[in-house]
Design a protein around this ligand. Sequence first.
Ligand code: C2O
Ligand code: CU
Ligand code: CU
Length: 561
Amino acid sequence: MPFLFDYNPILVPLLFCMKNQTRKIIRRDFLKTSALMIAGATTGANAIVAASQSTSQKPAIIAPPLLDLNSLARFVDPLPIPNVIRPSGKRPSPENASQEVSYYRLSMQEMKSKVHRDIPLTRTWGFAGSSPGPTLETDSGKGVLVEWLNELPKQHLFPIDHTVHGADADKPDVRVAIHLHGAKVPPASDGYPEDWRVPGNSALYYYPNQQDAAALWYHDHALGITRLNVYAGLFGMFMIRDAFERALNLPDGKHEIPLMLYDRSFDRNGQFFYPVSGDPQSPWVSEVFGDGALVNGKLFPFLEVEPRKYRFRLLNASNARFFHLALSNGMEFQQIGTDLGLLPLPVPMRALLIAPGERADLVVDFSGHRGEEIVLTSDSLAIMQFRVGRAAVTDTSSLPPSLRPVSRISEDSSVKNRILTLGEKDQMTGLAQMMLLNNAHWDMPITEDPKLDSVEIWSLLNFTDDSHPIHLHGVRLQILDRRSFEPELYYHGGKIQYIGPVQPPAPNEAGWKDTVQAHPGMVTRIITKFDGYPGRYVWHCHILEHEDNEMMRPYEVVSAQ
Ligand code: C2O
Ligand code: CU
Ligand code: CU
């Protein structure tokens, strides 16, 4: 892949996101990001990083000595499977008081987690006693009520940057707003970033689940500290099932396994390490890459599998890392679903690029691999191991050649084509890059205001050297195409000059999505029908460091009348 992801931290461009001119100057001079990427990516025991690239007088960046994850024994802990949590009871439906819906009460707490046999207990945040949290499951069309209760301590695990939007020093350090990613919900239950709760308080949200079977996930979304809350462990999965999917007879029960992948670094005491800049006033860093990947709460886990088909529900829950997944024996697997449901056909793959926020529904057939040990890798990173049993088993599950039809939204039905820029140059100086959506800050007036039930095309023009996973709340979208363009011409005259061929979405992206990889130097066109609920939502980059520092905008679905 021509993109710069995991292993070239130095090459990760210096992207800055700033609130005001003063801050711009500080950040630009300091070039702290490049040094931090070194800190964040160091696997060596002594990550003492001097701000060698800095041209300013700012303090050098000293990272504490990190745990060398390469020295750990691999594949000594079994993969944990998150519990499917039972409802705490029934409550009248907010939609129809004569009906009852399941009611869940999930409390967020600090806990100590065993992430690896040889690492002492790690302080984490999670839900209902587990970090990441348990899985919720429901049927399509069956609404559920969830009370998200903040029982976290008043002090955060990580340093807060009070200069990023919404995290001002007068705000409490510990605040949470739980969002159900992928859900079509009324705005009051969407976990709007400003709708946060402090310890001792809860939010009661209603999820109607009027949508197809899919793997959704819940995670914190509090304004200005989402990256820290999610890094601490505030996320989990939420499965919607339906009759159509059941009728396909895909692998299920113990043969259907969620895999939440997320990278972390650790200090020498086995605690999560979240890097900070050398500037104590603004510890924010532009992207964080951990030294190793956890799966469902463990580092380097193993999973004993039978020689048969399995269905894996993958989630990339990393802050910034794109995983480039493959199996060590080079074997093929099938992708059967995207973020928001099944693909029309299984797509045979040997490698999968999955961005933060995205999900992939995979079927892996181990039947021809009895006795093998197969490692799931992301480039040079080992993630987990599958140990295939020797004894033959009967597999009565199916992988049908056609799955669920996905009708393409017609471009002709679109009533608006919005041109939206990602990280346009600083208009003041033309020098620094900024991570902004359409050159606007979080607190500027609404500009994206689609009408309820209307179809729109959003053209995302990426002016940065990074891929940004762009996510819209409340809707399901389709990728129309991607095409290289000439950024300078657009910048100096607003003209989109294409310089490459139209690239249709890859076969494994040609389904219902809620997060789209907008690649550098390209126009990525998406189409969506705003057929949920009227009201205020957000759209943003799912690299959480970007999202927390202005790469997020409110948008408003306007009712027709
Ligand atoms: Cu996964 Cu706005 O979130
Ligand atoms: Cu979302
Ligand atoms: Cu981004």
